[in-house]
Design a protein around this ligand. Structure first.
Ligand code: SAH
Length: 198
């Protein structure tokens, strides 16, 4: 099969992901304008991580899909292995959609707590604390299987690893500072990105 087939499959998933995210990004911008954020932990580190995420998730895949600039780093995968990439891609879209539905207005692109923030422990959050990050890992696996290029294919896995390892402890600290024992109990009975079923 032509690599273009896999590029199109990836692009469909990517558009679904961006469509799920767009209204939440828009609402968060409005919140910020109306000063409804009570605890904002956006610092130089968070900003750099967001930029890194943009490069891995948006910039490099787009360059690979729409220009020949990265073609020197192409690799080949058997069709069956590339097609398996549809599974993590579909899983990622489903999980992102459910997570946003459950998290509602409490979502934010950087680390912040809103004035009327509610701790969400239901829906997919019943089993894992970081379903959105789990969804990004799944997108990263799909990207490596569908975009056959050492730079664009591996870009999300490579850039998201430091984002994940640096961000999660800071996010959990922020949640503990704001929700105390309620979050501590919640942490004890849930998994991070691997669901824990009690
Ligand atoms: N780590 C979560 C959420 C990512 S969005 C996930 O992967 O699904 C990041 C924001 O979500 C944080 O700024 C925090 O304010 C909020 N948040 C994280 N966990 C939450 C929870 N259980 N309930 C409510 N808000 C939460």
């Amino acid at each position: 099969m032509s690599p273009n087939v896999f590029k199109i499959i990836f692009l469909i998933g990517w558009i679904a992901i961006e469509t799920i995210r767009a209204p939440h990004r828009k609402r968060n911008r409005a919140d910020r304008h109306q000063h409804r954020i009570s605890d904002n932990r956006l610092n130089a580190l968070e900003f750099s991580l967001a930029l890194l995420g943009f490069v891995g998730m948006h910039l490099l895949p787009i360059i690979y899909i729409f220009t020949p600039w990265l073609d020197f780093a192409n690799y080949q995968l058997p069709d069956w292995l590339a097609l398996i990439g549809i599974l993590p891609l579909a899983g990622s879209v489903w999980l992102l959609w459910r997570s946003h539905a459950d998290l509602g207005t409490n979502w934010s692109p950087t680390l912040e707590v809103r004035q009327e923030h509610k701790l969400v422990t239901n829906g997919v959050y019943q089993h894992l604390r970081h379903p959105i990050y789990a969804s990004v890992w799944l997108t990263g696996i799909a990207q490596a299987l569908l975009l056959h290029n050492w730079i664009a294919g591996l870009a999300l896995l490579v850039t998201f690893a430091p984002i994940y390892w640096l961000r999660v402890p800071r996010e959990e600290k922020m949640m503990l500072d704001n929700f105390g024992d309620e979050y501590r109990t919640y942490m004890n009975r849930t998994g991070g990105v691997i669901p824990k079923f009690n």
